[in-house]
Ligand binder design. Structure first.
Ligand code: 5GP
Length: 200
């Protein structure tokens, strides 16, 4: 068994800083690729189909479920999100390492599917209050949506002990550095020159 983990799975309550960590890792390690998920949620400003998500209609997503095209999927805040088999199998065939941004249930499903090839990293907010404050300050959700996200955060925090690593995101720079160290440690031997492309 190789000690290398090809599937680096990040999970965190919404607002804990997971996207920032994912972007940092993708910039720091040229051999990492972002695992682009499928979703039925609406595209946000600045997002791109095929780069951030594959944006599907509910019908298209249901067909993907019926055709067993997804490794795992969850319904989150009324939308479907799922990991596509083709994305993972193509990356593995190319010898690439993947970074996932999925909810905790998705992370645990990936562990069941890929066992020792997964590294599960949970990014936790320093406290509930800080999380609420971060969600409010980004002004992307209504109060009602924030309440839903905070309720879901409770559930997600309850699963953190099942992760290999827990990063409490108190100081962002320190969290990024620690995440980088963890990934370096678990991907030893992979080429580690900085990416020529800053995007994911
Ligand atoms: P957002 O709408 O903010 O991009 O994502 C909402 C939640 O869906 C986040 O917790 C994100 O990690 C999760 N998510 C994104 N893609 C997937 C996926 O493929 N599978 C699962 N289970 N969750 C996902």
């Amino acid at each position: 068994m190789s000690s290398k983990k090809h599937l680096i799975v990040l999970s965190a309550p919404s607002g804990a800083g997971k996207t920032t960590v994912a972007r940092h890792l993708l910039k720091s390690f040229a051999f990492l690729r972002f695992s682009v998920s499928a979703t039925t949620r609406l595209i946000r400003a600045g997002e791109e189909h095929g780069r951030d998500y594959f944006f599907l209609s509910r019908d298209e997503f249901k067909k993907a479920i019926e055709h067993h095209d997804l490794i795992e999927y969850e319904e989150i805040f009324g939308n479907y999100y799922g990991t596509m088999k083709s994305v993972v199998s193509e990356a593995i065939a190319r010898g690439e390492f993947l970074v996932f941004d999925v909810d905790v249930k998705g992370a645990l499903s990936l562990r069941v599917a890929f066992h020792d090839d997964t590294l599960l990293i949970f990014i936790a907010p320093p406290s509930r209050e800080v999380l609420a404050e971060r969600l409010r300050s980004r002004h992307t959700e209504s109060e009602e949506q924030i309440d839903l996200r905070l309720a879901r955060a409770e559930m997600e925090m309850g699963h953190q002990d099942r992760f290999d690593q827990i990063l409490v995101n108190e100081d962002l720079q320190e969290t990024l550095t620690r995440a980088e160290h963890i990934v370096r440690e678990h991907t030893d031997g992979a080429p580690q020159q900085p990416s020529l492309f800053g995007d994911r």
